[in-house]
Design a protein around this ligand. Structure first.
Ligand SMILES: *Cc1c(COP(=O)(O)O)cnc(C)c1O
Length: 363
């Protein structure tokens, strides 16, 4: 028996006929980039999130760095960002030449809202929150700080499609909500894809210009933009999947609830959900002091796991130039040394989950 930490094929086969019909429709249409599938998906995804506008892009990293580019944030500017995140969040800032200012996480793995204010300087231009593992950050405190200090707010929603804070969807609290549709995300396509959502018509129009070489009109280029277009095939497949999003999220929630009810081992710290926040369980992340021994133990039983993430951005070789050292962000570093994502994916069978639970309880 082999249980993978994630399976993407099961999600495809669940709606195989719909996906295949849409793929053929797009292939036969003769139109492959920025067409009616993309504009329909943009409308449908904006409606799903509760934002006025959505702009489809090539991937989640582009959504992040183009957001800061459109907001005019670059060299000499500081952006507050959680220390405990995937490195792409930080790259979205540094690609523009801006400086990331790291803030330690709370017990929910998200940016600790009580530790943000002490990091704000007169160079601070924005806060980038990341709704990590699928749980919304405590957005009331974050939006209050943005108001008080007149800061821009960008949300990294690459792991939080459908998650809410006080009933409001992640991605709708600030200037830009940035999404990735990488295949393993909760709303994943079958290649690369991304998008931003915003309520600002002006920001949406600017993003549309930036994604297409900085041009609004063909061959008239206003700014140095990017090639970051969502293609018709991915947009079409995303439209199919979006119609099943509630079902897919409910399935993940049921898996998480079962882990919660049945995992009983004092060696393991289970994930918690903050009051007012919902969790869409992109990952089910536990903590264990003997994490590395736990990984080999599970591996011997045929159970695969992943560490999200083993090296925090401030200690990554890519950011050696920022001059941070081990010990600078002890909570983040402690998480990096103890977290473990256990199998969680749409289509996971009851028997497979039972095997994971049994193995973890026997450790
Ligand atoms: C996946 C991910 C990204 C990047 O998305 P891509 O589509 O792979 O570029 C950014 N931030 C977080 C938190 C992610 O999980």
């Amino acid at each position: 028996m082999k249980i993978m930490p994630n399976r993407l094929d099961l999600g495809f086969f669940k709606y195989q006929e719909e996906f295949e019909a849409k793929a053929l429709e797009v292939l036969r249409s003769g139109w492959y980039v920025l067409g009616k599938e993309v504009s329909s998906f943009e409308e449908e995804f904006a409606a799903y999130v509760g934002a006025k506008h959505c702009v489809g892009l090539a991937n989640g990293l582009d959504a992040l760095w183009l957001s800061f580019r459109v907001l005019g944030i670059g060299a000499g500017d500081e952006v507050i960002v959680p220390a405990n995140t995937y490195i792409a969040s930080v790259m979205g800032i540094t690609i523009n030449g801006a400086t990331p200012v790291f803030v330690e996480p709370d017990e929910f793995y998200n940016i600790d809202p009580a530790k943000i204010e002490e990091k704000i300087t007169d160079k601070t231009k924005a806060i980038l929150v990341v709704h990590l593992y699928g749980q919304a950050c405590k957005m009331d405190m974050v939006t209050a700080l943005c108001k008080k200090y007149d800061l821009r707010l960008v949300e990294d929603c690459a792991q939080s499609h459908g998650a809410t804070f006080n009933g409001k969807m992640t991605g709708t609290f600030g200037d830009f909500g940035c999404f990735s549709f990488y295949p393993s995300k909760n709303l994943g396509c079958y290649g690369d894809g991304g998008a931003i959502v915003t309520d600002s018509e002006e920001l949406a129009a600017a993003m549309k210009m930036y994604r297409n070489y900085g041009s609004e009109k063909r061959y008239y280029n206003k700014v140095v933009g990017a090639n970051s277009r969502l293609d018709e095939l991915q947009a079409g497949l995303l439209r199919v999947k979006l119609t099943h999003m509630q079902e897919l999220t409910d399935e993940r929630t049921a898996l998480a609830e079962r882990y919660h009810a049945e995992l009983k081992n004092p060696k393991l710290v289970l994930p918690k959900t903050r009051e007012g926040c919902t969790h869409v369980w992109h990952q089910y992340v536990i903590r264990c002091e003997e994490r590395d021994r736990l990984i080999s133990y599970l591996d011997e039983k045929g159970i695969g796991t992943i560490i999200h993430y083993p090296i925090p951005p401030h200690l990554s070789e890519a950011y050696a130039y920022l001059g941070f050292h081990e010990g600078d962000f002890p909570i983040t570093e402690c998480y990096a040394n103890t977290v473990l994502s256990i199998p969680m994916y749409n289509g996971m069978t009851e028997a497979d989950q039972s095997a994971v639970i049994q193995a973890l309880n026997a450790f």
